[in-house]
Unconditional design. Structure first.
Length: 343
């Protein structure tokens, strides 16, 4: 077998749990020279599974992220913290560039349901320390931030609706008479064709929608008659506790800069800094002391470590800080790293 060819038997054995050679799987999935061959392998497997002639090309990109999730969360692969740290950095780079359809085997059950014309749910996840980019069946482009997921029905083109947990940026393909809907928690965003960022993590008290282009109808799905038609540069903040929302004008680019690995602050107060750092580094942040509203940060960080960011904050804002590393509980569970910002 030529050196750059894919060992299909070995690859299939890995996804069936019969082979533990993760290094080989990582090598072929990140080798750009093998991208075309991977596509051919997937296409052949698709024909084999369908057991019928497929007349039109099917986009299988979304299945990639099921395998991406498996690779990042397989307990056997990440038993040691040192392996987790090294592979987390690798995943962060791979998540931004892997667009080849890798998921030959995880798609089997998915495509069998299509053959029987039964609807099913597709779920795409971006675990901690990763980001994902993919295209929905209607050609809408989606960027999924870390610790986030979306779900949608396989009959998506009939009902353009996704359920979001976490944060995502959408570049929605315009389709007349078929609005695109994003549901997260108790709120819904409805558009025809636009660009917007939406963040609604389960462990945060607010949800945020930032509109970059077009128009967006915000609504409360619980029937509380709270609707608002957003315009470009609007930031809508929905309070999950009192069910109220407020709108302010912002620079929308800073809210979607995470797609390019940028952490951007534009005259932001400490409370905003706290929330952004928690999301970005998957840590807990505690603020001690009275900082007032005058203490604000303007800076752009590109793939910088937490330690490098807080050093800059200390010099610019004249604050102090304490970083507590992860700890192992009595039950063998790692706690999250914690940053304490001191006045």
């Amino acid at each position: 077998m030529p050196e750059n060819r894919i060992d299909l038997e070995k690859t299939e054995a890995f996804f069936k749990g019969l082979d533990n050679d993760f290094d080989y799987i990582r090598e072929i999935f990140t080798d750009k020279s093998r991208e075309e061959e991977l596509k051919k392998v997937l296409r052949n497997k698709w024909y084999e599974l369908s057991q019928e002639q497929i007349k039109e090309e099917k986009s299988l990109d979304h299945i990639l992220y099921k395998i991406h999730f498996k690779i990042n969360t397989d307990k056997e692969l990440f038993e040691k913290k040192s392996k987790l740290a090294g592979l987390a950095k690798w995943c962060l780079k791979v998540a931004a560039i892997m667009f080849i359809p890798l998921a030959i085997y995880s798609g089997i059950n998915f495509f069998n349901t299509l053959k029987t014309r039964e609807s099913s749910i597709v779920e795409i996840k971006a675990p901690a320390w990763t980001r994902a980019e993919f295209t929905l069946p209607d050609s809408t482009k989606v960027w999924l931030n870390n610790r986030s997921s979306i779900k949608y029905n396989t009959r998506f083109n009939n009902n353009r609706m996704v359920i979001l947990t976490g944060e995502a940026f959408f570049d929605v393909t315009r389709t007349h008479k078929k609005p695109f809907k994003v549901i997260t928690g108790e709120i819904m965003a409805t558009v025809l064709g636009t660009k917007f960022n939406i963040a609604s993590y389960d462990d945060e008290k607010t949800a945020e929608i930032v509109l970059e282009e077009g128009s967006l109808l915000f609504s409360d799905i619980r029937g509380r008659d709270k609707n608002y038609l957003m315009k470009p540069a609007d930031l809508l903040i929905f309070d999950k506790t009192n069910k109220e929302f407020k709108v302010e004008e912002v620079q929308p680019e800073k809210y979607s800069a995470w797609r390019e690995g940028k952490l951007v602050f534009r005259n932001d107060p400490v409370e905003v800094i706290k929330k952004r750092l928690e999301r970005w580094y998957n840590i807990d942040v505690e603020v001690k002391g009275d900082f007032g509203d005058d203490l604000r940060l303007r800076a752009t960080f590109v793939d910088e470590s937490l330690e490098e960011v807080v050093k800059v904050m200390k010099g610019v804002l004249h604050i102090d800080y304490i970083i507590e590393e992860q700890k192992i509980t009595s039950g063998g569970v790692f706690t999250r790293k914690k940053l304490t910002i001191l006045n």
